[in-house]
Each structure stands twice: as structure tokens, then as C-alpha cells.
Design a protein around this ligand. Structure first.
Ligand code: ADP
Length: 336
């Protein structure tokens, strides 16, 4: 086929729910690439669609080209990225060495820039986690794995309006999205119970929300930042109920006093938890971290989606302009 004529396929470097990833070499110039073969139409279509919108942003993975092979299979030609943030965290945890604040800030800024690129183009990633934040040998961090991404269209706004959308934390899925979502939930539920994605799921999703928005990514971001700070997952739930129970033991019960409207969530009345008298608070989960760091995580890990800070707002947080300043990208240690 066309792809075989242009690329030499080398060893397999990874596999996911619907995809196999191979290292490859472009025959014309020897460029090393990643060839991601996706076996699911929906997921291939989503990933191609989202990546096409997001080319040119430094913190989003580069897609050189793609091929549809038949009705189901697509092969994406991506830049080859050697490692990921999960490996950075695991290495630091193994060495029992917290990440120095200047490095932490540079990783966070890159993640925020990538998420801001997605959200200002109305791309909801829906699966942000350290293993989907890939890293080049120069320390450039790139958001990857858009197989669950969704492009949001605001109700009333023409879909093929080509003018760039402005960032809007309040955008939600349109009705057609919600209908599509119905087909998908079983599949997605199965997927999340097979992998660790649950740890990064926002409470509105755990309560069955179908009209959620960009804010679900912001919750995931808060979980990722907490993990960078402590080298431990913030809410490592073993099942969906356990996931909610861990969140509640830290944040307290979810009720109308913290999020007006939460009692209308589809599963709110179905899943109820006994009263947590003394919630631990995020600070208890971030021992030995500075008040600024705790405050940053709190701006993301909060029940009411409307109260979560956007990626752009966080990029302007004074935390990033205070000593120790973020190190240059070239000074970030990249795992081999
Ligand atoms: P899935 O959507 O099935 O989870 P991923 O995009 O997460 O697939 O890819 C699965 C694995 O393949 C990743 O965990 C990673 O190890 C590897 N991989 C993915 N993309 C690249 C890339 N661009 N460069 C190098 N390795 C990659």
C-alpha cells in the first residue's frame, strides 16, 4: 500500500485499546516517525479531526500525514517521541527525589500551553493523564492520544464557521454530540475500567453527566499537577464508586452548597455517600508543598466546573513568575 511505499515499519513501541504504535522510517529522508495504526473508525476519525485542527501548536504532537486503509483502519504518521510524563514521575518516585520547583513549573507551563491550544480550538481531550503527555529528547512536552477527543460546537453557532473560536470554559456538547455519546458510553466505560484513566475523571462524569464541557480536562489537569508535586496519584480509585469516595473524603460531600445544580446530575440520587464530617482538604494530600502550589491545584480540583480556572488563566498565575523561576526547556532532564 501507499504507506509501505513511503515508510519502513520497524519495531512495535506500544499498544492501546484500539491502536498499535510502531517506530518507522521515512524512506525519502530517513526521518524517524511513529506509525499509529488505529483499528476503530470512531477513534481514528476523532484523532485525525482533532490533530488537524491543532497542528502548529508547539505543545501538541505533530501529525505529518495520515492514510485511511479501508473503512475501519487508519495509520497516522506522527512525530516520534521518546518518553512521557508518567516515566518522568516514575523515575523521580523511584529515586525518592521530588522534582525541583523550577522543573515542575516548566513541565506545567508546557502542559497548560498544550491544553490552552486544545481548548481555544474547542477540542476537548477527555483523556488527559501523564502517559498521554509525550516528551521529546529536547524536553518539549506534547499532548498526544486524541482518540477520545471531541470537538465542541456551541449550540446556535454554525458548525462550518471557520473563524477561530475563542476560549470559553462554558462550552458544552451539542445535542448531536450527546446522542453520539450514548452509543459510546458502554464502550468508554469498558475502556476506563481496563486502564487507569478513571483516576483523572471529573466528578460530573462519575455522576453520569452528559452535557459536560472543557472543564473535565481541567479537573484532570489538577490531578496531574498534584501527581507532579507528590509523585503519587491524587485519587487512585479502584472502581468508579471508590473513585468518588476518595474525592469526597478529600473535598467533602458534593451538594448544592458547593455546586448549585449538582443534584440534577443523572446519578446524583443513585449514588449517595454518608456525611464526611472532617474532609481532609487538598492540602492534606500535598504535604510539604508551598501554599502557592496548594492554591494552584485547588483552582482546578473543585466540584463546581464553572469555578475551575482555565488553562489560559493558570498560565498567568503568579506562581510561574516567582522564584524559583521555570528552568529553560533545555535544562529539563529527559529519561532515556
Ligand atoms: P491509545 O489511544 O490506544 O491509548 P496511544 O496513542 O496512547 O494509544 O499509544 C499507545 C502507546 O504507544 C503509548 O503509550 C506510547 O508508548 C506509544 N506511542 C504513542 N504515540 C507515540 C509517539 N508519537 N512516539 C512514540 N511512542 C508513541
Amino acid at each position: 500500500s501507499e504507506i509501505i511505499a513511503k515508510y519502513e515499519v520497524m519495531e512495535r513501541v506500544g499498544s492501546g485499546a484500539y491502536a498499535d504504535v510502531y517506530r518507522g522510517r521515512r524512506l525519502s529522508d530517513g526521518l524517524i516517525v511513529a506509525l499509529k495504526e488505529i483499528h476503530d473508525y470512531q477513534s481514528a476519525f476523532r484523532e485525525i479531526d482533532a490533530l488537524q485542527l491543532l497542528q502548529g501548536f508547539p505543545n501538541v504532537i505533530v501529525m505529518h500525514e495520515y492514510f485511511w486503509r479501508d473503512d475501519e483502519d487508519a495509520v497516522l504518521v506522527l512525530e516520534f517521541l521518546r518518553t512521557d510524563l508518567a516515566t518522568v514521575i516514575a523515575d523521580a518516585a523511584k529515586a525518592n527525589q521530588p522534582l525541583p520547583a523550577g522543573q515542575l513549573k516548566r513541565w506545567m507551563i508546557q502542559i497548560l500551553s498544550g491544553v490552552d491550544a486544545c481548548h481555544s480550538n474547542m477540542v476537548l481531550h477527555r483523556d488527559l493523564k501523564p502517559s498521554n503527555l509525550l516528551i521529546s529528547e529536547n524536553g518539549l512536552l506534547k499532548i498526544a492520544d486524541f482518540g477520545q477527543a471531541r470537538i465542541l460546537t456551541e449550540p446556535g453557532i454554525d458548525n462550518d464557521d471557520t473563524s477561530p473560536n475563542t476560549p470559553d470554559g462554558n462550552a458544552t456538547c451539542t445535542t448531536s454530540d450527546i446522542n453520539k455519546e450514548d452509543d459510546e458510553e458502554n464502550e468508554l466505560g469498558c475502556f476506563t475500567s481496563c486502564v487507569g484513566t478513571r483516576w483523572f475523571r471529573a466528578p460530573e462524569l462519575l455522576y453520569g453527566s452528559r452535557d459536560y464541557g472543557l472543564e473535565v480536562d481541567l479537573w484532570s489537569l489538577g490531578c496531574i499537577f498534584a501527581e507532579l508535586l507528590t509523585l503519587q496519584p491524587l485519587f487512585p480509585g479502584t472502581a468508579d464508586i471508590d473513585q468518588l469516595s476518595r474525592i469526597i473524603s478529600v473535598l467533602g460531600n458534593l451538594d448544592e452548597s458547593v455546586w448549585v445544580g449538582c443534584s440534577k446530575l443523572p446519578d446524583y440520587g443513585i449514588i449517595s455517600f454518608s456525611k464526611v464530617e472532617n474532609p481532609a482538604g487538598i492540602e492534606a494530600r500535598l504535604p510539604n508543598r508551598s501554599p502557592d502550589e496548594v492554591a494552584l491545584v485547588k483552582r482546578l480540583v473543585c466540584y463546581d466546573p464553572a469555578k475551575r480556572a482555565t488553562a489560559m488563566e493558570l498560565l498567568h498565575d503568579k506562581y510561574f513568575n516567582e522564584e524559583p523561576l521555570p528552568v529553560p526547556i533545555s535544562e529539563l532532564p529527559v529519561p532515556l
